[in-house]
Write a protein that binds this ligand. Sequence first.
Ligand SMILES: [Zn+2]
Ligand SMILES: [Zn+2]
Length: 428
Amino acid sequence: MKYQAPRGTQDLLPEDAPRWRYVEQMFRQTCADFGYEEVRTPVFESTDLFVRAVGEHTDIVSKEMYSVSAHGSEADERRERLTLRPEGTAPALRAYLQHNLGAKSPLTRLFYVAPNFRHERPQSGRLRQHHQTGIEALGSEDPALDAEVITLGLTYLRRVGITGARLEVNSVGCPECRPVYRERLRAALESRIGTMCENCRRRYDTNPLRILDCKAEDWSVLEAVVPDLADCLCEPCAQHFAHVQAVLQVLDVPYERNPRLVRGLDYYVRTSFEIVHPQLGAQSTVLGGGRYDGLMEELGGPPTPGIGFGCGIERVLLACEALEVAFPLEAVRPVFVVTLGEAARLPGLRLLNDLRQAGIAAQADYLGRSMKAQMRAANRVGARTVLLLGENELAAGAIAVKDMETGAQESCPLSDVVGRMRGRKDEG
Ligand SMILES: [Zn+2]
Ligand SMILES: [Zn+2]
């Protein structure tokens, strides 16, 4: 085969599409129930937006972005460089600022369904284009909003059919208290960092909190060595976290505190959460999010607290597969028009089009095949009813209506058949 989909990407084929549509529909429905409205932003943005929001020293910005120059190969100024979106929060916030959504309503609730692009190593099973559902709630630091965002995520996954998931929460503090923790963590690890993995040795200087979620370390030993973030939170952060937990309790949402739960990106503050499924092994995180109160200012906007989550559609589908979730997918059962002989061909096409115009799913054979082959095709597409049009029927101004389930066949005036099919459709 000469052409293949690029490495790390995959095609969505007709046989897969109904499951994707189902998952997306559950997400959209849940967002609507919680009052979140859709935002669609471009697939690419100014490179600088992501450098600013995500951080220059992150893996995403330093290694994983797909950037292009808007003017060809010249080394243009950075503001003229464009990047395929590696994550969804920065574009949503950019749109919020550009269109001054905060002026329309002090609390803005947004959701999106969009692809993300990262230059990952495909051998690790990661996709270079993956699809994300996400929400952002902007304009309030009320801990109840954190609980709302978390509840929306849980509701969505439950509606998809993922049961037995576990909610893990943590607080990663704020620019006031996190530096204190960072120094305590460095001090605690000082004598050990030399024996830790390469990533951790680098993170020790740049972003020691990320050491906490390193999968390469032996946490059965390290757990006792590292200090707990909770002991370092400033009073406002501690109170905020306590309130988030109190609201979750009122809403009967079970959770566990995971003291090593930190989000991958620097802009997160305070509430951090993940929904994990214990049966999914190494890829157990299905959904993750957190609060990013300083990000809007970082992007040049007014102080606007925010919280959100992202959730990969591929990850949700993998989880559903692993958990053997059966989707209640409804198959379209078309009417199939079978014609016999040349004379019936054009009236058959006319009937096919009339059915479709009336909103009735209808198909026909375009290969000029025998009646037997046409009937087989009708079976293959799951037709519930076959309309047979031959010379005899034409002469009588009628059509034979065959019920594919019972095998019963009756004659119907050609002029009535669309109405009759519509009636059957309404019966379901
Ligand atoms: Zn704090
Ligand atoms: Zn490590």
